[in-house]
Design a protein around this ligand. Structure first.
Ligand code: URA
Length: 553
């Protein structure tokens, strides 16, 4: 879908049912997520928004493709009623300031139909379809401010981090284009978020977060979502100030009160909120121990979800039994913690000993350890603001040198195999401290190091007159997004072409690829070309064809 079609589709889904309207005096907001394993932020952060003075008309989903939805969590509280007519829902929001409904035939009904169709056509993880599905429901709810929690990693609907960034950008673009002030936060979900996975267990953890005693990751993500919503509402506020205000409603009990009143008014048995120990009463609790000693690198959220699915999310058109609602897992050791073989990492909560052993074995396989790497992943990985600006923790300037050969068979460009990543890249490298501000020195140094040539004797480089190419990429090794600014240079050799080609061919990592190969991201023999090369070549204002050959003789 191009962006105009995405916008039209989103609006059409929203208008397939009633579109709620609110008095001018209401500051309406919502904090949906794209769904994931251990997801509690949409409920926790919504209660925080309500405590911060927003009106929060929230429409949430039931189980998505792989994980339970916010409605499953809330419906695990006995008595909680999730389906309301549009009129009744509107009065609830007027009365309480905060209410949650499941999707009904009256509100964005096309989304439900499209979702069923997406399951059949295997397009559940289509980026534009996710973006239109989420934003259309916010449009139908009539909210002015939306901050989306886009989860990334193996627990998320979009597992790949670069694609999660693309989804976040699409969400922000389409929301903004339709008149909603929209921002997004990308949060880490390679391991389950929080300490509990399971429906009633999630209720108990939401209560902990709202009382200021929840796990670091869910609390941090919820504060970030609420703080960004505050900034969208009053742009002169600093992020620090907004985070402080969001933290205060956890500490002063207002966010908990908003959640409690909502659960009570919507029919939920309030004793599960007041005495969360009721949520932990599974009859069987089994330890899941570390298969190896080391530092926990990740607890594979996808495997945890698969292991729990038969126990917790046992939906076949019926409500779960109380036992299923109490089932789940407690994560006793999180990524970054050191464990010794045999030490408890998780505790399985379940009601049926029959399937418990198989589940325990599957959970054990989810535990990944490293020998020594200290590894505590950040929770908030990036922020995407309404103007499309992406805030990431690392910025790197790099020089890229394009070397071109022209023969009778056409033009080819020099790339080098990066053995660590198994991908071809242009000659390129990061600016080092103290290097020339215009980056020409960096470009020269890279050519000397990578091609074993001598500057001014063998070659020179000239800057290509384009703006630097910006590429934001996720690094698995560093567990963070990095913004690269690539400054482009063209190389000219002074020596004789044939002898230079001979010298370059001695290094088996040097290869000459055509523009078509660089654009496709694959060489003719099936080797990968780095995504940053593909992005550089795709830049509209860079014409490889217009570059002269690099050989002067
Ligand atoms: N949440 C939604 O509402 N729709 C999707 O497609 C994915 C997450």
């Amino acid at each position: 879908l191009n962006r105009e079609t995405l916008k039209a589709l989103t609006e059409a889904i929203a208008c397939s049912g009633k579109v709620l309207r609110w008095p001018q005096s209401f500051r309406t907001g919502d904090v949906p997520s794209t769904g994931g394993v251990g997801n509690k932020t949409p409920i926790a952060a919504a209660a925080m928004l309500a405590a911060l003075g927003f009106k929060v008309p929230k429409m949430s989903g039931r189980a998505l493709r792989h994980t339970g939805g916010s409605i499953d969590i809330l419906e695990s509280i006995p008595g909680f009623r999730a389906e309301w007519s549009a009129d009744a829902f509107q009065s609830l929001v007027g009365e309480l300031g905060f209410a949650i409904t499941a999707q009904t035939a009256e509100l964005a009904p096309a989304d439900r139909k499209l979702y069923a169709l997406r399951k059949q056509t295997r397009t559940v993880d289509s980026i534009p379809l996710i973006a239109s599905s989420i934003i259309s429901k916010k449009l139908a709810m009539g909210v002015n401010i939306v901050v989306v929690d886009v989860k990334a990693g193996r627990g998320a609907i979009i597992q790949d981090y670069d694609q999660a960034l693309e989804l976040a950008r699409e969400l922000v673009w389409v929301g903004t284009a339709l008149g909603i002030q929209t921002a997004a936060v990308i949060t880490e979900n390679d391991s389950p978020q929080g300490r509990y996975v399971g429906n009633l267990l999630a209720v108990a953890e939401i209560v902990q977060v709202l009382k200021g005693i929840g796990p670091r990751d869910v609390t941090e993500a919820s504060i970030e979502l609420a703080a960004l919503a505050l900034i969208l509402g009053s742009p002169s506020k600093s992020l620090e100030r907004a985070r402080e205000e969001a933290t205060n409603v956890l500490l002063n009990g207002r966010a908990f009160d908003a959640f409690r009143s909502m659960i009570e008014r919507l029919g939920g048995d309030i004793s599960y909120v007041d005495k969360p120990n009721l949520c932990y009463r599974a009859p069987i609790k089994i330890e899941v121990t570390a298969p190896r000693s080391g530092v926990i690198r990740a607890i594979d959220a996808e495997k945890v979800n698969e292991a729990l699915r038969p126990l917790v999310f046992a939906r076949s058109g019926r409500r779960e039994t109380l036992q299923e609602r109490r089932s789940g897992v407690r994560i006793d050791r999180k990524p970054g913690d050191r464990v010794v073989k045999g030490q408890r990492v998780m505790t399985l909560f379940c009601g049926d000993i029959g399937s418990a052993e198989a589940t325990r074995r599957m959970l054990r396989r989810a535990i990944e350890t490293d020998e020594d790497a200290e590894h505590r992943p950040q929770t908030v990985l990036a922020r995407i603001l309404p103007d499309g600006c992406v805030e990431v923790p690392r910025e790197i300037d790099a020089a890229v040198v394009i070397v071109k050969d022209v023969t009778r068979r056409g033009s080819t460009y020099l790339v080098q195999l990066n053995r660590r990543w198994g991908m071809f890249n242009f000659i390129s490298g990061k600016r080092e401290s103290g290097e020339d501000l215009c980056m020409r020195g960096t470009a020269m140094r890279e050519v000397e190091e990578e091609l074993e040539l001598v500057r001014d004797e063998d070659f020179t480089v000239e800057e290509i007159a384009t703006n630097p190419v910006e590429v934001i990429q996720y690094s698995r090794r560093e567990s963070c997004y990095t913004r690269y600014q690539f400054y482009l240079y063209h190389l000219t050799f002074f020596g004789e072409r044939r002898s230079l080609l001979q010298r370059l061919s001695r290094n088996v990592d040097n290869r000459w690829l055509t523009e078509a190969e660089l654009t496709a991201g694959w060489s003719g023999d099936g080797s990968a070309v780095s995504p940053s090369v593909v992005r550089i070549v795709a830049r509209g204002d860079l014409s490889l064809r217009a570059l002269p050959t690099s050989f002067s003789v």
